[in-house]
Design a protein. Sequence first.
Length: 105
Amino acid sequence: MPGVKQATSPPAVETVCLGLSDPTRLKLLARIGREEVCVCDLQAYVERDQPTVSRHLAMLRKCGLVERRKEGRWCHYRRTSLPPALARLVDLAAPPRLGKSRSCC
């Protein structure tokens, strides 16, 4: 049915572990935490160039750990809603960042 978003199944544990297996991806997940974050802010946080950050974010999307929202030229990422057990695993590997973030764009 057009316009109706189909429910997707949660990612498998091995898929989540693949997403968590890189230190840069862990750092990105920790920065994203529970809020929406712009790619330019993520670049500054992990001190990597845009193509590198984009590749890591693409892997996190493929693993079902983050979602992307495009707004013009900008892409904003946030963690996906995961089942409680998988969310705890992600939080153990990359604890959500506390405090207020800056707005970059």
